[in-house]
Ligand binder design. Structure first.
Ligand code: FPP
Length: 250
């Protein structure tokens, strides 16, 4: 574990991102490499979720968003969709005590009302039981897509205009942000995607306007604490300019 200690000590704890978002990818390929069915990859993906959540909380990250199920994932074989939904229920039920012990709050973004009934209930139960926790907010993106979210926000604002509560000219960034499912959550400063795919795949399109993107070939089930440390170290070596020039930065 020397390597892990060394990497961790390179992190400036004063400058860790407030919010890290992760596209957990590569479970299927990992399973294939091990000659096992895809579901085996997802089961091992849960271990990486546990490991990453623990590492993020230890570093003082305030928000960790994990892309667990996209609106497009319904198109996968029924068996796999069912297995993912069951895994969600099992994982939440198994982890809720650990979340409470570690003062971690479970929340969700996405069209969660359309999840199967028992997944929805397990999720609600997990969110309810952890709602007073303060150390870190673990946000599961479930039945989520950024286009769905942006359309939803547009509809919500349009309904207010129709009801005479809002003028189109008054729609500014703040009002739009407050109509997104991430309302109240700061934008992620760091977005990680595993498995060597260099895409965003309909994830947090509005919120990542200024995020630093970190792509790693590591498949999600292999992702461990030191992989997170490495991503944060990389992030901390970048210069975030927000449209300014280097000399203007303090
Ligand atoms: C991507 O790998 C992974 C998913 C679509 C699901 C992620 C789910 C988990 C890690 C388990 C459940 C999580 C929680 C929080 C309970 P892929 O299947 O797209 O892999 P591939 O691209 O190699 O086929």
């Amino acid at each position: 574990m020397r390597l892990r200690m060394d990497l961790k000590s390179q992190i400036n704890l004063e400058k860790v991102p407030r919010h890290i978002a992760i596209i957990m990818d590569g479970n299927g390929r990992w399973a294939k490499q091990h000659g096992k069915p895809r579901v085996f990859g997802h089961r091992n993906g849960v271990k990486a979720v546990r490991e990453t959540t623990e590492a993020a909380a230890e570093l003082g990250i305030q928000h960790l968003t994990l892309y667990a199920f996209s609106t497009e994932n319904w198109n996968r074989p029924k068996l796999e969709v069912n297995a993912l939904m069951t895994l969600l229920v099992e994982t939440i039920q198994a982890e809720v005590n650990t979340l409470n012990k570690n003062d971690i709050r479970l929340t969700a973004i996405g069209d969660i009302a359309k999840l199967p009934e028992r997944s929805y209930r397990a999720l609600q139960d997990g969110m309810e039981k952890t709602r007073n926790n303060k150390r870190m907010n673990l946000i599961l993106a479930l039945n989520y897509s950024a286009k769905w979210e942006i359309l939803n926000a547009a509809r919500e604002l349009a309904a207010k205009v129709e009801a005479g509560q809002l003028k189109p000219a008054d729609i500014d960034e703040k009002k739009f942000i407050n109509a997104l499912s991430t309302k109240g959550i700061p934008d992620p400063e760091l977005l990680i995607r595993t498995s060597g795919e260099n895409r965003i795949s309909n994830f947090l399109l509005w919120q990542i306007a200024y995020a630093e993107l970190y792509f790693t070939p590591t498949l999600w089930p292999d992702f461990q604490k030191e992989h997170l440390y490495q991503a944060i170290i990389d992030y901390q070596h970048r210069e975030r300019r927000f449209g300014k020039i280097s000399e203007q930065l303090v």
